[in-house]
Design a protein around this ligand. Structure first.
Ligand code: NAD
Length: 356
């Protein structure tokens, strides 16, 4: 007999619209009058354009977001938001901009609107992260969940193809681990399977033509579903290893997910037959072929799409494998298959060499 808990998060999503056309409406819908725009320094122009679209509803642009939300950047941003007298924030960008909005929301209780321009999925989760003294802390807090999310595929058309692909793999990893999460539920499995199907075929389309509107729309749709999976379940070994590699060695987030996914899945597959069936269906439908080994299929897909396939390629040194394995083993998390220092070392070693 099936037993599960499904906890939905309050969330308003506007999909497939031009963000600049509807953002003022969304701000007003939330009863806000003085919002600050948050973005990365590289996307300051986009932030300014969004501020112009908001007109008198915007009190300033703070272009300070960086990967993994350094504590001092969060503190400076919070002070600036308060000095501006803002009553809310609009984050535009990838997980870094959205993560900065979460830090502000957690400290001040202000509402945020997210306009994601990558496929990382942070906008759908109550997970926050912050880095201090080379260590990243994460946690869950309902207050960080954006009140409203605007998905505008046009904003992703300029996302470089290589970043699109690794960001897409980051999203795929959320759905894969949701399929075997301890708190999985039937609705999450449906979302995960559909998210993987949509995103996989979209990534093939984007590689063929980065400007393809349908592929960009399908990729964002898949990313929304995968992000919802991340926000509704507890992630396992794959996310734990990526967290350790990013936090300790500063390896790039999305690329690390891309490299690790096939190796962790190959290890977990024997323990999760239902997930393997769902993944085979999703990947088979996206690639129009019969899939029996999803881990190998992801590995081949990464090669076909020209994504990085080894940790070595990302700059990791072989001598760091034992320290990461110990780090992963020492923290607690769920995983469908029991792990040991030896098995974690084996998984990271195969990802380091890139051979499956
Ligand atoms: P990112 O936000 O750092 O973006 C990568 C780079 O691409 C940045 O320089 C950004 O300015 C640029 N960029 C973003 N969108 C663009 C576009 N459409 N066109 C051109 N350039 C664009 O990277 P990311 O992978 O989206 O996010 C990674 C961060 O998000 C990490 O810190 C990760 O831990 C966090 N994250 C958090 C969650 C969560 O639930 N809390 C989920 C996923 C990721």
């Amino acid at each position: 007999m099936r037993e599960f808990i499904y906890q939905a998060h309050p969330m308003r999503v506007r999909f497939g619209v031009r963000a600049f056309d509807v953002v003022a409406e969304e701000v007003e819908h939330l009863g806000l009058q003085r919002v600050a725009v948050l973005c990365t320094p590289g996307r300051a122009e986009l932030g300014q354009a969004l501020a112009r679209a908001l007109g008198s509803l915007c009190v300033g642009v703070i272009a300070k977001a960086v990967m993994h939300v350094p504590r001092e950047v969060a503190a400076e941003t919070i002070a600036e938001v308060q000095a501006l007298g803002a009553d809310g924030c609009v984050s535009i960008g990838g997980g870094s901009a959205i993560g900065l909005g979460k830090a502000v929301a957690m400290e001040t209780g202000l509402a945020t609107i997210a306009i994601p321009t990558t496929y990382a999925g942070s906008e759908m989760t109550t997970v926050w992260g912050m880095t201090a003294d080379g260590h990243k802390t994460t946690g869950r807090n309902e207050s960080v969940l954006p009140k409203s999310v605007i998905y505008d595929p046009e904003l992703t058309r300029g996302l470089p193809v290589d970043t699109s692909i690794t960001s897409g793999f980051n999203a795929l990893a959320h759905a894969v681990e949701a399929l075997y999460a301890p708190d999985n539920s039937p609705i999450i499995s449906l979302m995960a399977e559909e998210g993987i199907r949509a995103l996989t075929s979209a990534l093939l389309g984007i590689r063929a033509n980065p400007e393809d509107r349908e592929a960009r729309s399908d990729a964002l749709y898949g990313a929304w579903l995968c992000g919802t999976c991340l926000g509704s379940t507890t992630m396992s070994l794959h996310h734990k290893i990526c967290h350790a590699l990013g936090g300790t060695l500063n390896l790039p987030h999305a690329e690390t997910h891309t490299v690790m996914l096939p190796h962790v899945l190959a290890f977990n597959q024997p323990a999760v037959p239902e997930a393997v069936t769902a993944l085979s269906r999703a990947l088979g439908s996206a690639q129009r072929s019969t899939i029996t080994d999803p881990a190998r299929s992801f590995w081949e897909l990464a090669r076909e799409l020209g994504a990085p396939t080894s940790l070595q390629e990302l700059g990791m040194q072989q001598k760091d494998i034992p320290r990461i394995a110990r780090d992963v083993l020492s923290s607690s998390y769920g995983n469908p298959r029991e792990v040991s220092e030896e098995s974690i070392t084996r998984i990271i070693s195969s990802a380091w060499s890139g051979k499956l």
